[in-house]
Design a binder for this molecule. Structure first.
Ligand code: ATP
Ligand code: ATP
Ligand code: MG
Ligand code: MG
Lengths: 253, 253
């Protein structure tokens, strides 16, 4: 199954969810490929040490812009069953660089995945905070979407735009079978604003909202600066419990 | 003075800083123009009620893509001395739509501002979380930058990319006189991670880091859902005190 983690609102926990969901599925024994499609390369920076900087040719940039086989870019991580396709900052020029392309630019990622998709149980794609060509490529290549939403006025109002984009991808035949696997509340705190948002989300998305919510938990932040996922850094933390529960819910759907 | 609020990392407080800095300067009696250059239109959604949805022709989209005079797009807000140029979701297609343009795409905003720049003391530009053409337009049009940085591993690692982009804008003669007015720590909490980040920022940027830091304060979030800035919503809150101090520091620099 190919799942994109997407929301054009910045800082809602997309990368954190991509990292910990992928690791959680790998620990359960599933073969997982994690693709970093964000030029910020946050996911890449967790799994690959700064000094082993990834050259452009060994990043997703080369597969998307030069049709370089994805097979040659996939890297192993220290987590068993989890492989990574790293990103590169040059990816931020994709919309401009692909603008002259004569082929269907939105399907570049879908085409790149076709030769290797059978080798994995789950392919998880982290997307940038925008609705540009990179995110459209992720939506076109995916079967399902997971939408992290944090508790804030801007996060809620952005969902309308996201829904419209998903509809556009479905209706323009780019990917008619694309569906939302679930919406996950992140950064949940015990404030009234948080409670309000959770209630509004359940009203807006109904059963598509996961039962699992992700609390604000400093261990999730610390795991990143320790270059690993939450299950290796703080397996007993609230963050680890929450993402373990999310993994379980994803497997059930 | 034209100031862009920029950082490609998502969710670090760009829009919140653009809103409250603009309002704070307007309250001090300066004539301020606030430009929403983010397709998410978060700044626009605070100042303009949802039912008065801004048509595409009356948004920055029309000025950037069709050279429509900015003068005809500027709207008054309920805050004296503060005017707004609203955004529109269609802006998310700018990189693709401007790709065929024969002129220098990076200077569209700069050209649009020339006829009206004399009418304002401060022009504040909120930018999207990316390093695409919209942000390059903001960097090209601005004299100064304010960089909000939140306390997280990803936020810190992203600064290297941001610095490289600023250097590129300066060296390619797009805007040789662009300078950082200051870096502001946002979402500061009394945790060790927060303290570490603040120290690392002061080591990396030295005196460019504002003395003022912005604490995590729920009133800043609530002000947005109440369609106003912090000085009107909760003038005695920690958030209001912090942004008032930031306004003072910006005026002194
Ligand atoms: N539940 C949580 N509790 C505490 N910190 C969190 C949590 N989830 C994410 N974080 C931290 O918050 C910051 C934002 O999260 P993250 O980078 O995953 O969001 P994002 O949506 O991927 O951002 P962007 O839009 O920039 O890609 C990061 O520094 C991350 O470590
Ligand atoms: N100091 C603060 N304390 C509490 N909440 C805050 C603070 N600053 C911003 N917020 C809230 O955090 C969220 C993220 O802030 P904001 O949207 O301003 O960041 P941004 O950098 O503009 O995000 P994006 O990258 O999506 O444009 C918003 O919901 C905002 O209301
Ligand atoms: Mg991310
Ligand atoms: Mg913003």
């Amino acid at each position: 199954m190919i799942i994109s983690i997407t929301n054009q609102k910045g800082g809602v926990g997309k990368s954190t969810t991509a990292i910990n969901l992928s690791a959680g599925l790998a620990i359960e024994g599933y073969k997982v490929l994690l693709i970093d499609l964000d030029p910020q390369a946050n996911v890449t920076k967790v799994f690959i040490n700064a000094e082993d900087e990834i050259p452009l040719q060994r990043s997703i940039y080369n597969a998307l812009l030069n049709f370089y086989p994805l097979e040659n870019i996939i890297q192993e991580t220290q987590t068993k069953n989890l492989c990574l396709v790293p990103s590169h900052i040059r990816l931020s020029g994709t919309d401009l660089e692909l603008s002259q392309a004569m082929d269907n630019r939105s399907e570049r990622l879908k085409r790149a995945l076709e030769p290797i998709v059978q080798q994995y149980d789950y392919i998880i794609i982290d997307t940038p905070p925008s609705l540009g060509l990179l995110t459209i490529n992720a939506l076109t290549a995916s079967e399902k979407l997971i939408i992290p939403v944090s508790t804030g006025f801007f996060a809620l109002t952005g969902l309308v735009q996201l829904r419209e984009t998903i509809q556009m991808v479905k209706q323009t035949q780019l990917n008619p079978s694309l569906n939302i696997l679930g919406v996950v509340c992140t950064f949940l705190e015990r404030t009234n604003v948080s409670k309000d948002v959770e209630k509004q989300l359940r009203d807006y998305f109904g059963h598509q909202v996961f039962n699992t919510t992700i609390p604000k938990n400093i261990s999730l932040e610390e795991a990143h600066s320790n270059h690993t996922h939450i299950f290796a850094y703080a397996p007993k933390s609230q963050g680890a419990q929450a993402y373990k529960a999310l993994v379980k819910e994803v497997l059930e759907r």
